[in-house]
Design a protein around this ligand. Structure first.
Ligand code: C5P
Length: 297
């Protein structure tokens, strides 16, 4: 206990010493932070997942909705469709978080989930002007500390890329309603395609699902080219697929990966600690990312 305490004391960021922050290699985290700090905030870019990373996993013991769930819970779709989407969630979500199955086996099943859900949403002839109300009525919540997170990045002109396998139109509405959709925010996600009367007819472009963020990143070279002078990356995610979000970053120097471990802590602890530099457990707030940003600015 004494040894643990003394190593903890040496951290430049006191928030990293909390019990709910797990790190496999504290020394390495400290080195990355020092190197990034020396380079200054004009070399930093932030890349974050959205659902259950920037938003909460649960509130008062109840699961919080993802972008897809916001639509599913709204009046924009029929009761029958809601039931089908709920059945899909119960079939595929356990597969998404099952660490005993290799990614190669899960990947086609994830494509199947997203495809079925998007087809069903299109059949529902959702109207563009129903989305804002669906978000207002939903229980989606950005994590505590979100104002500071978005506002600090904006204030210091640090680009924030939100890279989401959710639904871009819904995600934008969530951050717009929270008054944090600042000009430094760019979104890569699945966007809805509406016909001239504002009815959903398809989803645009290539499907982004939980395990193809690497391809998504490589399709957006223009964005990363613009940010070439920012080789230091703060990455935030809640799934192991999110680790690929920075694969398009050019001339990367340092990357600090912060992972939110929301569910199945015991089973997934080791794999998260092996993959993320810093693991935040128990529906954490944005206190740690905010402290890191403060340290780097
Ligand atoms: O923003 P992020 O990349 O995390 O969005 C993907 C999330 O959306 C996944 O965690 C998945 O559980 C969820 N999802 C959903 N309903 C679908 C497809 C995905 O809730 N039909």
């Amino acid at each position: 206990v004494h040894v643990l305490y003394s190593t903890r004391r040496y951290f430049s960021i006191p928030e990293l010493s909390s019990e709910s922050v797990w790190m496999k290699d504290r020394q390495r985290v400290e080195e990355i932070l020092q190197s990034m700090s020396k380079d200054g905030s004009n070399t930093l870019q932030v890349i974050s997942d959205f659902d259950l990373t920037l938003t909460r996993f649960s509130y008062n013991g109840k699961r919080c909705p993802t972008c897809h769930n916001i639509l599913e819970g709204s009046n924009a779709i029929s009761n029958e469709a809601r039931q089908t989407l709920d059945d899909l969630l119960h079939t595929y979500y356990p597969i998404e978080i099952d660490i005993s199955r290799p990614v190669e086996e899960k990947l086609p099943l994830m494509v199947e989930w997203w495809t079925k859900a998007h087809e069903l949403l299109v059949q529902q002839r959702i109207k563009k002007d129903e989305l804002a109300e669906a978000v207002r009525q939903s229980e989606a919540r950005l994590r505590e500390g979100y104002e500071c997170f978005f506002d600090c990045l904006h204030e210091h002109a640090i680009p924030l890329l939100i890279f989401s396998a959710g639904i871009g139109d819904i995600l934008e509405e969530v951050i717009r309603q929270a008054n944090v959709f600042h000009p430094n925010v760019k979104v890569i996600s699945n966007y809805m395609d509406f016909d001239e009367s504002g009815i959903l007819r398809a989803f645009k472009g290539e499907l982004i699902h939980i395990y193809n963020k690497r391809e998504g990143a490589l399709l957006n070279t223009g964005h990363f080219e613009e940010l070439r002078s920012r080789p230091n990356v703060l990455l935030m995610g809640d799934s192991l697929g999110d680790l690929d979000m920075a694969d398009g970053v050019q001339d990367m120097k340092n990357i600090l990966k912060i992972g939110f471990l929301n569910d199945k802590l015991k089973e997934r602890k080791q794999s998260y600690m092996d993959s993320y530099d810093v693991v935040l457990v128990g529906d954490a707030s944005l206190e740690v990312p905010n402290a890191v940003i403060r340290f780097l600015t």
